[in-house]
Ligand binder design. Structure first.
Ligand code: SAH
Length: 205
């Protein structure tokens, strides 16, 4: 079932990076969904998790992670651990992921799932990631997996020069994926298409 999804990505040319393909092969998405959705773990759809949140659609995870251009030495900050799945895939391609989650029961859910999947280089922190996570800054890459009205300024400040940030920016139900690269302290951005994420909460949302 997982191979069918990977075959689809290859045949459509969506996946171009071999390392990324292996990262998806390595991570069992069934460990990150609720028991009752295990049989649908490789359907290319977002699925409900707990606290009215969702695990993102696999193709969305692919597009975002590919756009992050992860390097093996990278330290990555994620806003929105959710199920922990996106963090688990990224962790195959970089050195460390710090994944923030504002809902305590989801922070526990993500940490448990990551443990079940045997992932050791992700730290889940129960924290309002809209303000970044200054303790571990600066970051090579930052990924926001919840919809924001604008990219929160603390995230730009905590991104390294030449670093990349990805965030779905826009209204409820329809956002544009923004990819920004920090050059001389400012973000140079491009747009990667339309997506629909659950809303970012917190003080800089
Ligand atoms: N990346 C997740 C999907 C994220 S869904 C996965 O792979 O499953 C969005 C998540 O962002 C939700 O869990 C929500 O609780 C969380 N969230 C929303 N606002 C947040 C904030 N300010 N800081 C940290 N997490 C936040």
């Amino acid at each position: 079932m997982k191979e069918a999804l990977i075959c689809y990505w290859q045949s459509t040319g969506l996946i171009t990076d071999r390392r990324l393909l292996e990262a998806f092969r390595n991570i069992p998405r069934e460990e990150f969904v609720l028991q009752e959705y295990r049989h649908r773990a490789y359907d290319d759809v977002a699925l409900p998790i707990i606290a009215d949140q969702t695990i993102s659609q696999p193709t969305t995870v692919l597009i975002m992670i590919q756009a992050l251009e992860l390097q093996p030495s990278d330290k990555v900050l994620e806003i929105g651990a959710g199920s922990g799945y996106n963090a688990a895939v990224m962790a195959q391609l970089c050195s460390r992921v710090i994944s923030t989650e504002i809902v305590p029961e989801l922070a526990r859910f993500a940490a448990q799932n990551l443990k079940k999947a045997g992932i050791q280089n992700v730290e889940v922190v129960e924290w309002d990631g809209s303000q970044g996570y200054a303790q571990e800054a600066p970051y090579d890459r930052i990924i926001v997996t919840a919809a924001c009205k604008a990219i929160p300024q603390p995230l730009v400040e905590q991104l390294k020069e030449q670093g990349i940030i990805l965030a779905p920016v826009g209204e409820q139900y329809n956002q544009t994926m923004i990819k920004g690269r920090k050059i001389k302290g400012r973000l140079i951005t491009e747009e990667l298409g339309s997506f629909a994420f659950v809303p970012l909460q917190g003080s800089y949302a």
